[in-house]
Design a protein around this ligand. Structure first.
Ligand SMILES: Nc1ncnc2c1ncn2[C@@H]1O[C@H](COP(=O)(O)OP(=O)(O)OP(=O)(O)O)[C@@H](O)[C@H]1O
Ligand SMILES: [Mg+2]
Length: 371
């Protein structure tokens, strides 16, 4: 069993509160990602799990054992950092064998060879075992660093932005490789990143943090489609979700989202979802924020149905199949992502509808999601 549990964990560096009352449960064999902006406490959390940083308050368990007082080397974990340090004077084989030669447990030469070869095979670096690190590319070196971590066959892998410094193409490639590796080894993995695409594409579940506070834990699908607040909604997705201030006007006949640009009526299922989550609203208009992702608009060249509203095209960025379109409506600048078939040009006037079942609504004060 190699689940990892955090119960009300705090990290303080003097007066700085880096992690506040964090509770998490990473399941056995799960690919779990800690995601959030720079400084939100991801590395501090990972380092406390690894035992490299003292826990200010709360407890951490690996399996069923409380590890607060357990030395890092006795936690049966392996950690890979962004800046991996390979020994430049040792060949790749010796670099990977190193943890097996220095640990408490003694391994025979035959066992060491077997484990290094197996790790090298999984990572497809068998051909490089006889080279020095300086004779490898950045991606190959990073694979050696990961290989060095897996030879010990630990219960838990902790990875802190292990591929952030690689170029974009190699990063995409390594994303797939790491995911496959984790599945092959069946080891619990906690993966820290500030890159939402990385977390979304690799993790079974994601925990999103901001200013040391946990915002939401969920599958990539849940995080993307049911963000609990405006921070999560805006952090995940590229380009980010558009937010527009408006009023929610409720009458016996209909519910409408209203501002100087549009008047959008809510379909019955969204009204039900609102009521389910928040109860009945008052009849007084409510100040809300409407959230729509760039890909959730329907664009046309002329005026359409009731909820349709006009916008001015400021600039277009074609990206092959799709195009990002910056538009302006009164008091708002928005980004759309549409097919290039639309043939939209700078200076055009276009008409928009929103995909209503993809709308998100937030409390303007608390930024919490109504739905
Ligand atoms: N040794 C330290 N002493 C004092 N403050 C620290 C120390 N280490 C981290 N901090 C602070 O704690 C907060 C969380 O830092 P942490 O390194 O955990 O963030 P992070 O989410 O990993 O960020 P990044 O994405 O930039 O790596 C930050 O405000 C940071 O300045
Ligand atoms: Mg960090």
């Amino acid at each position: 069993m190699a689940k990892v549990t955090l119960n009300n964990v705090w990290k303080r560096y003097g007066k700085v509160e880096a992690v506040l009352d964090l509770s998490l449960d990473c399941k056995d064999k799960e690919f779990f990602s800690l995601l959030g902006p720079s400084g939100c406490g991801k590395s501090s959390t990972l380092r406390m799990i690894a035992g490299l940083e003292e826990i200010s308050q709360g407890e951490i368990l690996i399996g069923d054992q409380v590890v607060n007082e357990v030395e890092p080397k006795d936690r049966d974990i392996a950690m890979v950092f962004e800046t991996y340090a390979l020994y430049p004077h040792k060949k790749v084989f010796a670099n990977m064998a190193f943890p097996l030669r220095v640990g408490k447990q003694k391994y025979s030469d035959a066992e060491i060879k077997k484990r290094v070869n197996r790790a090298a095979e999984i990572l497809e670096i068998t051909d490089f075992l006889d080279r020095y690190p300086k004779q490898l590319s950045g991606g190959q070196r990073q694979r050696v660093a990961i290989g060095r971590a897996i030879v010990r066959e630990p219960q838990v892998f902790l990875l802190d932005e292990p591929i952030s410094h690689l170029d974009a193409k190699l990063r995409t490639h390594m994303r797939g490789e790491l995911k496959l590796l984790q599945r092959t080894l069946g080891t619990t993995m906690i993966y820290v990143t500030h890159d939402q695409m990385e977390a979304m594409s690799m993790a079974d579940r994601i925990a999103i943090m901001n200013f040391g506070v946990l915002q939401q834990v969920g599958t990539p699908f849940e995080i993307f489609n049911r963000p609990v607040n405006q921070f999560v909604a805006g952090f995940v997705g590229d380009p980010p979700m558009n937010f527009m201030d408006c009023d929610l006007e409720v009458t016996a006949e209909k519910w409408e989202l209203v501002n100087e640009s549009f008047r959008i009526s809510l379909p019955p299922d969204l009204i039900d979802r609102y009521k389910e989550n928040n109860g009945d609203p008052s009849s007084k208009p409510k100040e809300v924020v409407l959230g729509i992702r760039p890909e959730n608009f329907i664009v046309s060249g002329k005026k359409g149905g009731e909820d349709n509203f006009p916008a001015d095209v400021i600039v277009t960025e074609p990206l092959g199949e799709e195009m990002i379109v910056d538009i302006e409506i009164p008091n708002n600048k928005l980004k759309l992502k549409v097919s290039v078939d639309h043939d939209i040009k700078m200076g055009d006037k276009i008409w928009l509808d929103v995909m209503k079942n993809k709308m998100h609504l937030f409390n303007r004060e608390t930024e919490k999601a109504y739905f």
